[in-house]
Structure formats: C-alpha cells, structure tokens
Design a protein around this ligand. Structure first.
Ligand SMILES: NCc1[nH]cc(CCC(=O)O)c1CC(=O)O
Length: 309
C-alpha cells in the first residue's frame, strides 16, 4: 500500500513518545499494516529545552509545536503528534489537525506526599506547579498553601517530589496513565472544582492540508466525540484570545449528539473567578465554545485580562 514509511513526528519526552507509539499502534490496527510502515521521528523543541521559567513567560503554547511544524513544512515528517492542550488555537497556514484519538480521562491528578489530597495538606504546605491554571485553582481551594514553580517533564516533577521540594504536585491523569505511572496518584481532582485545561487528555494529529493521502489514512483513527469536544474547547480558548497570562479552564462532555461545556477563568491568586456553562448539539460545538468564551470574557471585563503580570 505504501512504498515508504510514514514519518510520525513527536517531541522526545517519554510522554510524547508514548503518544506517538499509541498513534502508530492505532494506525497499524486500523489499516492492517506492518509496524515498519511507520517511523517515529523524535525532535527536540524549545519548550523541552527551556526548563527554568514558566511557559507563559517564554512564549506559551507555540514552543512545543514550532519545531514539529517546521518539520511538517519541509517534509522531514508527515504527521505531528501533539498533546492538544499544548497547541495554539490558530495553526500555521497550510497545516491542519483533522484527527483526534479517543480522549483519555481529562481530570487532573494529585500526587501527595504529606497527605493524599489537597484538602488534607497541613496549613501552609508547599505544592509544586508551574501551570497558571493549576496554581490559581489550588489557591482558590486552599489560599494558605504555598505554590512553587515546578517545570520539567513528568518524571522530573516526580523526582522533585521525592527530593522533598514540595508536599505534593498536580499532573494530568492522562499523561500519568499513558506513562503507566498511575500508581503514584493519591487523588483525582473533581471536574467541577478543578476543571482541566482545554484539550487536556486528547491527542491531536497535525498534517499538511494538501496531503489528502495522509488525511485519508488518519480518518480511520479519528474519534468523533473527541473531535466535537475539542472543537468546542478550542473555540472557547480562541474567543478568550488564548491570553496565556490568564488562568483558563474549560471542558466539554459529549453524550450522543449532546454537548455540555463548562469553563472558568481565574485571577492568578484564585480570589476572583468567573464561571460559564453552555449546552447544545455537537454540530454546534464551535459556536457553543465561542459563545461561552465571549460570555465569560464580557462578564470578567477587560481589566481582568490586563491586570496581571
Ligand atoms: N504541558 C505539558 C503537558 N501536556 C500534556 C500533558 C498531559 C497529557 C494530556 O493532557 O493529554 C502534560 C503534562 C501535564 O500536564 O501533566
């Protein structure tokens, strides 16, 4: 069927590689092709190299995707496998994400050392996280906690915890499960009190828009409900202008042809938050997300997006 291997581009972190392997496994199964029909090509990205500053300071989401997108343009790879959460809302000209694999659990997970849950931590305990959303949600729940920056890949963060740098940390359940590390989890954060980032838990596959052969190949592994949820969550994020200094959470749940979305934007210290809920039909996923974003943005006021630094 194919004369040369399809090149699957990925970041080189263990989680990224696990996602690339999952993509290959699904493609192999869907098309009855041998594994050799696919070649996994790990590339290093600036998001992986810069480890000492929060992502919001060094350029945000594009950091993890730029090198992969350059490689798509110049043909070094045919598809790029991404954590949807790390993708910018606007893709470069000529590239598209037409395919989402079935979503993993979207919740955040708590890994506690001094206590199994955030609510049970001792007064003033230190929690590590570099995500603005997680920091704000932690402070909204427990204003007394001391939140410190924690970057690096999943393994690095778990090591910092072992070294006693913090009493606990929060990571995506999806990433831990994909790495087979779910045994470290001591609590799962409820979707209503601790909503995930738009896209969390979903793998998106990017390719050249002109590449209809690749698009057809990918169609067999696309999960429609995940696609609808992502259309909604990404439209919500786009309506909020992806302001990466504002903590933003948002999650769509699909049941049959029904979609329900809930989102929240917070001040970084968690003292101010604005919530939004919307529902409708999956065919209107993007409109529902956009309306939710426009609504919460109007209620928060422009000061909300300019005030933090
Ligand atoms: N920014 C890093 C990142 N990007 C995606 C995931 C988790 C996997 C997913 O959401 O699909 C993670 C790590 C984490 O947040 O714990």
């Amino acid at each position: 069927m194919q004369t040369r291997a399809l090149k699957i581009g990925t970041r080189g972190s263990p989680l990224a590689l696990a996602q690339a392997v999952e993509t290959r496994t699904r493609l192999v199964a869907a098309h009855g092709l041998p594994e050799e029909a696919f070649e996994i090509v790990p590339l290093s990205t600036s998001g992986d190299r810069i480890q000492d500053r929060p992502l919001s300071e060094v350029g945000g989401k594009g950091l993890f995707t730029k090198e992969l997108e350059d490689a798509l343009y110049d043909g070094r790879i045919d598809i790029a496998v991404h954590s949807s959460k790390d993708m910018a809302t606007v893709l470069p000209e000529g590239l598209e994400v037409s395919t989402f694999l079935p979503r993993e659990d979207a919740r955040d997970a708590f890994i506690g050392k001094l206590a199994p849950s955030i609510l049970e931590l001792p007064h003033g305990a230190t929690v590590g996280s570099s995500s603005l959303r997680r920091q704000a949600l932690i402070k909204r729940m427990r204003p007394d906690l001391n939140v410190v920056m924690f970057r690096g890949n999943v393994q690095t963060r778990l090591r910092k915890l072992e070294e006693g740098i913090a009493a606990g940390t929060i990571l995506a359940n999806a990433g831990l499960r994909r790495l087979g590390l779910e045994s470290v989890i001591t609590d799962l954060m409820p979707l209503d009190k601790f909503p995930p980032a738009p896209g969390q838990g979903a793998i998106g596959i990017e390719h050249r828009s002109s590449d209809s052969e690749v698009k057809n190949l990918l169609a067999a592994v696309h999960d429609a409900p995940t696609g609808h949820a992502l259309a909604c969550e990404r439209a919500y994020l786009a309506a909020l202008d992806g302001s990466c200094r504002t903590p933003i959470a948002g999650h769509a749940v699909i049941e049959g042809d029904h979609l329900s979305f809930s989102g929240v934007i917070l001040s970084p210290d968690g003292t101010e938050s604005h919530e939004v809920r919307r529902e409708g039909k999956v065919v209107d996923a993007a409109q529902i997300g956009r309306a939710a974003g426009d609504d919460v943005r109007a209620r928060a006021g422009t000061r909300f997006f300019e005030g933090w630094s």
